[in-house]
Design a protein around this ligand. Structure first.
Ligand code: F6P
Length: 546
């Protein structure tokens, strides 16, 4: 039964979870496994080659039933249908939310304002593929006729993190004769270091910006153009060395990029949901169109799974509910994403934007301030590096930090004992986090009494284990769609708009006001608060000395 009209914390399913939490709170995972050694069989799920073991969570059958009731009460099913059918569920921007159309096969029809958008998605994909092949086979040359050997992607946020994370993740499948770099930061150091050893005659820039008004991207693109023209000395060179990816043809033309060299996407694709659109052009050049299409079919397979699988067997729904259980009932503030695969070293950063920009909201869809917590702080680094840095706090600190552990059974770079050692650590960590080491066990080791409390591991730290055979383009697509939809599940239950990002605006506006104030050592007079005024004055003083 849907109780969508009742505020979330007043719904029977929420109240039931609050009550149930009091029963679960004192329960230890040690006890849960002792009483029910087979729980991993029940609390695990295999779909699309992804095995999720969620048995090391502080849940019982009853918890899962209550969480699933909460999902039903939030009417997730009809929200999924609304998203997939192109309804304008991004209400504050009056936009459809159709990243799922970016990976829809040709035969599917998805309507936005009465128009089927799938054919135009495939037109752009074909245009991207033709371009990527020309660059890869040397047919597309630079202005002097030299072969393109370097691709520099300029973008920020979703126009950077997505293609960068995915390029790093799929480097194994990439053409190693091409150097692919990513520039995002307005800090001039970023582009200076990226271009330092490159030959402009062999370098192609993909300037990616949904709006084509983002100051960081336009400033970096301008610097790149100056760098290019300084060496090549001819305006005509821009056409051979710059392509744009945007929804804004007018601004692309204004910047001076030939719109024939523009790859389009649409306002129904959110920036952080866009790397499988033309925003992934640099990635496609790197890994080739075929691998890119394999990745898209992975995305689509997860979309289908999300749309059709019953909730108790639905990977994004389960991950969403488990995350929410800790955020709203245990008071967890953060969630760690810990890939045990070096190629996934940017995954946590990518998920950080995906989750925090989507669900970092404090008002619901009706504009009412919520009386429950929403999105967590997402963080993490690849294993095993984190083990020698911050895992101490996860094991023995005072906070509850739910973690996702991601790993693969096969290495893409098999070498000696590396992979077995990596995976032994992967498995050991979730075991240690769940079961810890009791005071009795420590004492039995003959540890001096004063050290016993220091060497005791409380355990009972929840983890999800996500295990797949091998990191492939298709698997990456499935994984990213899994996290996209997990975010959607949580946002739907919290009744927030996961697809706008008004919270980034104020800082942008203030920076625009401050920029001219930094340049002149005296004028204009400063009208900020006392702290900001003093900081600006100090900056002006030292800047003038430079
Ligand atoms: O300012 C936040 C944001 O709008 C993100 O949502 C987006 O991914 C990023 O900036 C870049 O925007 P654009 O692609 O329009 O340059």
């Amino acid at each position: 039964m849907t109780t969508k009209n009742i505020s979330l914390t007043q719904r029977p399913s929420w109240k039931a979870l609050e009550k149930h939490y009091q029963e679960i709170k004192p329960l230890h995972l040690r006890k849960l496994f002792q009483d029910d050694p087979d729980r991993a069989e029940r609390f695990s799920l295999e779909a699309l080659g992804i095995y999720l073991d969620y048995s090391k969570n502080r849940v019982t059958d009853n918890t899962m039933r209550l969480l699933l009731d909460l999902a039903e009460a939030a009417d997730i099913r009809s929200r999924i249908d609304a998203m997939f059918s192109g309804e304008k569920i991004n209400a504050t921007e009056q936009r459809a939310v159709l990243h799922v159309a970016l990976r829809a096969p040709k035969k599917i029809s998805i309507l936005v304002d009465g128009e089927n958008v799938v054919p135009k998605v495939h037109q752009v994909l074909d245009k991207m593929a033709a371009f990527a092949n020309r660059v890869r086979n040397g047919e597309w040359t630079g202005h002097t006729g030299k072969r393109i050997r370097n691709i520099v992607n300029i973008g920020i946020g979703g126009s950077d993190l997505g293609p960068m994370m995915a390029y790093e993740a799929l480097k194994h499948y990439s053409d190693r004769n091409l150097t692919i770099r990513f520039v995002s930061n307005i800090d001039g150091t970023d582009i200076a270091e990226a271009l330092r050893d490159l030959d402009p005659a062999e370098t192609l820039f993909t300037v990616c910006s949904k709006t084509f008004t983002t100051i960081e991207t336009l400033t970096n693109a301008q610097t790149a153009r100056d760098w290019c023209l300084k060496s090549l000395g001819d305006q005509q060179a821009v056409a051979k060395h710059f392509v744009a990816v945007s929804t804004n043809e007018k601004e692309v033309a204004k910047f001076g990029i030939d719109t024939a060299n523009m790859f389009e996407f649409w306002d129904w694709v959110g920036g952080r949901y866009s790397y499988d659109s033309a925003i992934g052009l640099s990635l496609m050049v790197g890994i080739g169109p075929e691998n890119f299409r394999d990745m898209l079919s992975g995305f689509h397979a997860m979309d289908d799974h999300f749309r059709t699988a019953p909730f108790e067997k639905n990977l994004p729904v389960l991950l969403g509910l488990l995350g929410l259980w800790y955020i709203n009932f245990f008071g967890a503030e953060t969630h760690a994403i810990l890939p045990y695969d070096q190629y996934l070293w940017r995954l946590s950063a990518y998920c950080q934007q995906l989750d925090m920009e989507s669900n970092g909201k404090h008002v619901d869809l009706n504009g009412q301030v919520v009386d429950y917590h929403t999105g967590p702080v997402i963080w993490g680094q690849p294993g095993t590096n984190g083990q020698h840095a911050y895992y101490q706090l996860i094991h023995q600190g005072t906070r509850l930090i739910p973690c996702d552990f991601l790993g693969f059974c096969q290495s893409l770079n098999p070498s000696g004992t590396h992979h077995d050692l990596l995976m032994a650590n992967f498995l050991a960590q979730t075991e240690a986090l769940a079961f810890g080491k009791t005071t009795e066990e420590v004492k039995a080791e003959g540890v001096s009494p004063a050290l016993v409390p220091h060497r005791t591991f409380e355990g009972n730290h929840p983890t999800n284990t996500i295990l797949a055979e091998k990191l492939t383009p298709e698997l990456l697509g499935k994984l990213i769609a899994l996290y996209e939809h997990k975010v959607f599940v949580q946002g739907t239950i919290w009744n927030i708009n996961s697809f706008d990002q008004w919270g980034v605006e104020l800082g942008k506006v203030l920076a625009t006001r401050i920029t001219p104030e930094l340049v002149n050592p005296i004028e204009p007079p400063l009208n900020h608060d006392g702290s900001t005024n003093r900081l600006i004055q100090r900056y002006r003083r030292f800047r003038a000395q430079a």
